[in-house]
Write a protein that binds this ligand. Sequence first.
Ligand SMILES: NC(=O)c1ccc[n+]([C@@H]2O[C@H](COP(=O)([O-])OP(=O)(O)OC[C@H]3O[C@@H](n4cnc5c(N)ncnc54)[C@H](OP(=O)(O)O)[C@@H]3O)[C@@H](O)[C@H]2O)c1
Length: 255
Amino acid sequence: MTDLQDIFGLHGRTALVTGSSRGIGAAIAQGLSAAGATVVVHGQTLSATDAIRESLQLTGRKVYALGADLSMRGQGRELIETAENLAGQLDILVVNASAQVNAPLEALTDDDLDFQLNVNLRSTVEMLRTCLPSMATRGWGRVVNIGSINQLRPKSVVTAYAATKAAQHNLIQSQARDYARHGVLLNTLAPGLIDTDRNAQAKASDPAAWTRYAEQLNWMGRAGEAQEMVGAALFLSSNACSFMTGESIVLSGGY
Ligand SMILES: NC(=O)c1ccc[n+]([C@@H]2O[C@H](COP(=O)([O-])OP(=O)(O)OC[C@H]3O[C@@H](n4cnc5c(N)ncnc54)[C@H](OP(=O)(O)O)[C@@H]3O)[C@@H](O)[C@H]2O)c1
């Protein structure tokens, strides 16, 4: 008989989820923790992680918390090193934190471009090159990159953000190829519109327009919930994902 613990269970695994102080990252951190992983939660500042850290501690599971601003050069590397000093070597990295500036090309400032490149791409390069070699040495690792429907179907209002998401997945694919024979599998989970703080301002400023937008955006006619990302993230983080690497799973409600 198949033991689901052997397939989806994460006992004995250690995971870092970047940007897990809220939204999709917080839901994924809770999911990985419920599956048995020791989880390192992260936000721009340590205090941003207070609520998620306390809620995970209440379950009695092992949790650590770190703050780091990933727009700063070197912070991706330092985050991995600090997490490993604190919690032990990482088996699972969920690259979830991202910066998004809504601006079409003609309105995009140099600073906004640099900001999105730094958080979304450079910190991902830094984190991957810090954690992949030791995952390979131990013969097991999972990287779950949180991409976006915009990596496939870019909207001009998020031109630079969409391009960084496409580049991030390209990076995942090249490393997936390099590490495939070492038991280290890297994939992207690409959400569509999800009801998180990221969209809170648009939703609050004109709730009716937000609902109309969500209704026409995808086949299901609604925004997704952060919780709806957890099952696919758990799959990609676990032994259940054993013959898939360098791919994307799109969770968009049909697009
Ligand atoms: N929501 C959507 O509709 C949607 C759609 C497609 C893809 N996604 C992707 O899904 C992921 C999560 O999105 P979300 O909606 O859950 O985001 P969110 O609610 O805006 O939360 C963003 C998270 O990233 C962290 N973060 C932001 N800037 C950072 C920086 N410079 N350094 C370190 N951490 C930083 C935040 O930390 P603090 O709490 O400390 O600020 C927070 O934990 C992102 O990669 C996003 O691109 C989201």
